[in-house]
Ligand binder design. Structure first.
Ligand SMILES: [Mg+2]
Length: 366
């Protein structure tokens, strides 16, 4: 169970159409495949998605920090020495997705070593999650057509609508068009990716009061400390902290500040080990959870659903597990499939997934 090597392999797979949101846009999944090798010949896998507009990491920086620093800190440790591994990785600040991918690849390797699914090692609560689909910026009719297509094709009935544009009427109009077209049966919630000021956000929420929005995520920047508290205290729509709550300390700050009422957990940035700490922290504080998506590919989505389904607290709401549908291809030997609005956890040891060597050879960029 001793780690003998950690690889960081950059790859690039185009999206069918660019994903657009208030903090940026994505044209290509330029991710990093992380492989942890043990002396038993086991290989654990995970992926790191660079999000420079959120965490400052790039594909190049992830490959560099793993190659130059993290691999050397992991090699020689047992897969069971997670606390030692994290203590070493945390000597370096930042780099959340690089650290998370190493953590999850170690869990995958542990599951394969023990011949047990990671989801059962984490908690084993259920074997699937309902899926929420993200609708990015586009003309109203395109957003509506996209939501209708996803509903009709995959049975998905929960939609997260990207907002945060100026003037706020752009997004109010889009949300109203979606509610009108999709009817009262679907769940709609919004994510502003810090695009609005607190007063813009308050006005938008007032204009959308009749649209039955269930959640509002990250409408304003985390540094708008008093503004976020003011907004959260005056709206009846629960506030989700996403990129402002990427560490256990930030989760404490957002919840105790009254700046958020719920927390988005993304395994792409906190792996399994730290995500579990945040989940238990939220349970103890009585805060609900959303399983978020860092525009993950299929490897990352397999990680999210394995974690989300493993716990009662993270499986109650629909998880954001469908961004991979926007990619033109992926690396897995068997693609993930959403049926009836649900994504099942892959059976089998570890994460239950395998990389297709031909696809990796086609898409790797090193
Ligand atoms: Mg978000």
């Amino acid at each position: 169970m001793k780690i003998v090597a950690v690889e960081a392999i950059p790859f690039a797979i185009p999206y069918r159409t660019p994903l657009k949101f208030a903090s940026g846009e994505a044209h290509t999944a330029d991710h990093v495949l992380v492989r942890v090798h043990t002396d038993d010949g086991i290989v654990g896998i995970a992926e790191a998605p660079p999000r420079p507009y959120t965490y400052g990491e790039t594909q190049e920086s992830i490959v560099a920090v793993i190659g130059r620093i993290f691999a050397g800190e992991a090699v020689g440790l047992s897969l069971l020495e997670r606390e030692v591994l994290h203590a070493r990785l945390d000597r370096t600040v930042g780099n959340p997705t690089a650290k998370a991918a190493i953590d999850m690849a170690c869990w995958d390797a542990l599951g394969k070593t023990l011949d047990l699914p990671v989801t059962q090692l984490l908690g084993g609560f259920t074997d699937r999650m309902r899926v929420s689909h993200m609708v990015g910026f586009a003309p109203d009719e395109v957003m509506v057509a996209e939501a209708e297509r996803v509903r009709d094709t995959y049975g998905i009935t929960t939609f997260k609508v990207k907002v945060g544009r100026r003037p706020v009427s752009l997004d109010v109009g889009a949300c109203r068009a979606l509610r009108t077209a999709l009817g009262s049966e679907v769940e709609l919630y919004v994510d502003g990716n810090r695009g609005w000021t607190p007063t813009e956000a308050a006005r938008a929420l007032t204009l959308m009061e009749d649209l039955d929005l269930t959640l509002s995520e990250e409408l304003c920047p985390a540094d708008d400390v008093l503004g976020r508290r003011w907004l959260t205290s005056r709206t009846s729509v629960p506030t989700v902290a996403d990129e402002s709550a990427a560490t256990p300390g930030q989760v404490t700050r957002e919840l105790l500040d009254g700046a958020a009422t719920m927390i988005s957990i993304k395994t792409a940035r906190t792996g399994f080990t730290t995500s579990q700490r945040i989940l238990h922290q939220c349970e103890g504080l009585g805060a609900e959870i959303v399983m978020g998506n860092q525009i993950d590919g299929q490897v990352g989505t397999a990680c999210s659903v394995a974690f989300g389904a493993a716990h009662r607290h993270s499986s109650r709401r629909a998880g954001e597990l469908s961004n991979f549908l926007d990619m033109t291809d992926d690396l897995l030997t068997e693609p993930l499939e959403i049926h009836g609005g649900e994504l099942a956890v892959r059976p089998g040891p570890g994460l239950g997934i395998a990389i297709d060597p031909d696809k990796l050879a086609r898409y790797r960029t090193d």
